[in-house]
Design a protein. Structure first.
Length: 81
């Protein structure tokens, strides 16, 4: 069994209203020095694959098909040993 983590984030040019709301709230909560916040999604996939490369390839197809909207989001994939 191979665990693959897929992180999905808005592309840098896309407005992130939830991240902006968090950034605006932080100074009111006593956290200074935070200049920006971006919010994303994390998916952990348990895959039955024979190799890390095969697991990463399958996770890429899953992310492109279902987990991320390629118009407004980027994703990264890493295999956890």
């Amino acid at each position: 069994m191979t665990r693959v983590v897929v992180d999905v984030m808005f592309k840098p040019e896309i407005l992130d209203p939830q991240g902006q709301a968090i950034a605006n709230a932080l100074p009111r909560l006593g956290f200074a020095g935070v200049t920006g916040v971006r919010q994303g999604k994390r998916f952990e996939l348990e895959l039955i694959e024979s190799s890390s490369e095969a697991a990463k390839d399958q996770a890429t197809r899953i992310a492109e098909t279902l987990l991320a909207n390629p118009v407004i989001e980027d994703f990264s994939i890493r295999v956890e040993e």
